[in-house]
Design a protein around this ligand. Sequence first.
Ligand code: GLN
Length: 536
Amino acid sequence: MTTKYLFFTGGVVSSVGKGVTAAATGLLLKSRGLKVTAQKLDPYINVDPGTMSPYQHGEVYVLDDGAETDLDLGHYERFIDIRLGRFSNFTTGQVYAEVIGNERRGDYLGGTIQVIPHITNEIKRRIGLAARETGADIVILEVGGTVGDIESQPFLEALRQLRNEVGRQNVFFIHVTWLPYIGATQELKTKPTQHSVAALRSIGISPNMIIARSDFPVEEGLRDKIALFCDVDKRAVVPMVTTPVLYEVPLLLEKAGVADYLIEKLGLQATAQPDWGPWRDMVERVKKPKMAVKIALVGKYVELKDAYMSVRESIKHAALAQDVEVDIQWVHSADLEKGKGWDLVRAADGIIVPGGFGSRGTEGKIQAAKYARENKVPYLGLCLGMQLMCIEFARNVLGYEDANSTEFDRSTTHPVIDLMLDQRSITDMGGTMRLGLYPCILQPGTKAAEAYGEKRVEERHRHRWEVNNAYRKEYEQAGMVFSGISPDGKLVEIAEIRDHPYMIGSQFHPEFLSRPMRPHPLFVGLVKAVKERAII
Ligand code: GLN
């Protein structure tokens, strides 16, 4: 079958849920037996988001092959339940770096290098890669940003060219826009959508479908108006009212007939009937009132919830499996250092300390780990959260007062967390951490092994520091168990406290492999322990 391309562009404003919409559409097509892959094109000039502050960009989502990518890739993987790779996300920075590299090598034989055709050709080459690498029937492709941004123009131009090259019948443009609500007159407005479609047209692209996001129900008349003014088939004007349950989006798109329309217009051959039973069940269970428990998420980027997107989703998945509602208490770790925010921690029945870099707020997180250990509060530490749990133990149980990670204190006399050997000579910051999938052997009889119910697992990593092996024996004698170890025995992957209901830290990031229908065992273990503590 010829590969079909579904291009998602955004109009009016950002943050309207373009990524979720694209991901959900992918699931609709997968449910019909089609092979789907997804790709995100980011117009910024950074090579990847790996070196960007989470405040700027939200979470950095890590793939199996170690690619550090946009958080939308998390939506694609969670909704469509696929595993993506490096080819699934690229930026203007990567495109230019490649073209400039070619130019320096002399590949262009003296030609003048221009946006068209050199940059657009490179963009098209990378789009083609996704189709080739995966053999997918359908490539879901999302262009970051909003139509009208200067940065996204070469991308849109490349898509326009591609439409002619692969044939119009194989390409479908979906424009996701926003209908603002005017309080004074109590009406939704379509004008910004019209303008944004006009902007798209001016560069030669006419959308085939408009998904109009809104906080309020969209009347039939408005659909007619959008269809008329934007020159789109009325069936292809899809209002999408905001839903508090993210995973309901595929059901809403299905109900709106999006998949049937795409199948018809792209001439796709569905090989299976969608069975929405289990997914609908899952959404119904999310909506059903349940016992509420509190988990304190002690982080340093808590003002921006997107910085912990996958952690938050993983909590939701596990909560669903345990039939509880988790109320996340967002606690700023630097506040804890000033004695603030402890009421939130104390009111919670569990604590998560997520990943992070740099020393700001680490002492607050260490205090949270101490509180969890001493009060037997369930705790899950993710990467940095695991390292800090080990530092706390070294300071307060092993008695090494100045124990630290050399990331925060180079001159500590007890570097219980130290830079990995192969990281010591690295000077470049981008893409040089220990990244991606690595195996971990679980030690029988431990809480981690029990949670997983497996002997060997593979998890995604993103770190430079590790537990210093020189202290391993001492730790173990004092009641810390290294329940997950790399196959060569050299690297601690999971640490847990023996005499504690559930205090586990992982050097990897389990949050990248949790799925709504397949919650991650370490999160399930945490929520289970939290529930048990809340009931007593
Ligand atoms: N900063 C720590 C390291 O590099 C932890 C990284 C993380 O939490 N992802 O090892």
